[in-house]
Design a protein around this ligand. Structure first.
Ligand code: PLP
Length: 386
């Protein structure tokens, strides 16, 4: 079957390749520990599940939901943004229910990118921004996130002919895969850059709540002027252990939200109302829920950092998110090292090259595995590399 040119431009989904390797190793009888995908291992809190159960039994919720999402959910989102980030949002015009941050990034591209226009994407970065651009016949342009710039892009170093064609800028802080964070100064630069060049900013921020050592990551919308140039994608996936539930939100500029809504209402038919009611419950949980969650990730983070230090691997200590970005040893590529670790230890790590050209020379591990399995993985790595 001849697929579209568009589909041919899309590289294989990173985790599909990794899953293939895991399946092969398991077939050989290896006890595989995957530190690959960032998918919280801990269960969704019970009060959220209880609401789902109750609302799933209400026949009123069995029909098509509203396209833009329940106003009650959008109101809960605006209250949550006020509480957690001191951001004011109009639930009617500045909030849209999503089936997760992932699809939001794609709809933004469909709604605003024309063929031939450029989307600036972080490299290394979450792979979906690239495919979102490709799916609209636009051109992704990889902005290198370099160690020496604390993994922030040098916006003013982007060639002017590229900037001229740019319509969309994807940013993601706290960052997957590097764990880097962005401060107010950087975001001010972003807003100036967007205003100077008429660029829409997408802050993909599903790790907005995941700070360590008391650090509080920013929402892009906390910075004056942000709402004039952009939107933020966020989600209940990570802070409430709800990746499988598929519920999130786009917030910010009303015109951009409206455009995304048009794309969405012609593609999907919204999020099951019972899930939205459960999500309202999640957003109203006390802040101590997230603090306790982050204590667990912090312990895991420190265990990995200690192990990597012992075996001479250079890891970047993340201030947020649940990934550890680390340099591969001299003489290895990211793929050769990931293969070696899998073959010698049964531990899956993600090769950095899968996140874009600038990801070569690094690997990522995710802290979303139970403590005992992470300990076991670290022991195996220590044995092989020490
Ligand atoms: N954006 C980034 C940067 C991510 O790392 C992920 C998931 O790993 C997502 C979006 C997807 O989030 P969601 O589950 O809300 O679609």
């Amino acid at each position: 079957m001849n697929s579209s040119k568009r589909l041919e431009r899309i590289p294989p989904y990173l985790f599909a390749e990794i899953n293939k390797k895991i399946a092969e190793a398991k077939k050989r009888g290896v006890d595989v520990i995957s530190l690959g995908i960032g998918d919280p291992d801990m269960p969704t809190p019970k009060p959220i599940i209880d609401v789902l159960e109750k609302e799933a039994n209400n026949p009123k919720n069995h029909q098509y939901p509203d396209y833009e999402g329940l106003l009650a959910f959008r109101t809960a989102v605006s209250q949550w943004y006020k509480r957690r980030h001191n951001v004011d949002l109009d639930p009617e015009k500045e909030v849209l229910t999503l089936i997760g941050a992932k699809e939001g990034s794609v709809h933004l591209s469909i709604a605003f990118l024309n063929p031939g226009e450029v989307a600036l994407i972080p490299s290394p970065g979450y792979t979906v921004y690239k495919t979102a651009a490709i799916m609209t016949d636009a051109e992704p342009y990889e902005m290198p996130l370099l160690e020496e710039n604390e993994f922030l892009p040098a916006l003013r170093a982007i060639p002017s002919d590229v900037v001229k064609k740019t319509k969309l800028l994807y940013l993601n802080y706290p960052n997957n895969p590097t764990g880097a964070v962005a401060g107010k100064e950087f975001y001010k630069e972003v807003i100036d850059f967007a205003n100077d060049n008429k660029i829409i900013v997408c802050s993909d921020n599903p790790y907005s709540e995941t700070g360590y050592d008391g650090y509080k990551p920013l929402s892009f919308l906390e910075i004056p002027g942000a709402k004039e140039v952009g939107v933020e994608m966020n989600s209940l996936s990570k802070p409430y252990n709800m990746t499988g539930w598929r519920v999130g939100m786009a917030v910010g500029n009303a015109d951009i939200i409206k455009g995304m809504g048009i794309s969405k209402s012609n593609t999907d038919s919204g999020v099951f109302n019972a899930i939205q009611y459960a999500a309202i419950k999640a957003l109203s949980l006390p802040d101590s829920h997230i603090e306790n969650l982050m204590k667990i990730y912090q312990k895991r983070r420190d265990l990995v950092l200690d192990t990597f230090k012992k075996v001479g691997l250079k890891a970047f200590k993340p201030k947020a998110a649940f990934y550890i970005w680390t340099k591969v040893p001299d003489g290895e590529t990211s793929a050769s090292f990931a293969t070696k670790i899998l073959e010698k230890t049964g531990v899956v790590i993600t090769p950095g090259a899968g996140y874009g050209k600038t990801g070569e020379g690094y690997f990522r591990i995710s802290l979303t595995v139970p403590d005992e399995r992470l300990k076991e993985a670290m022991q195996r790595i220590e044995k092989v590399l020490a």
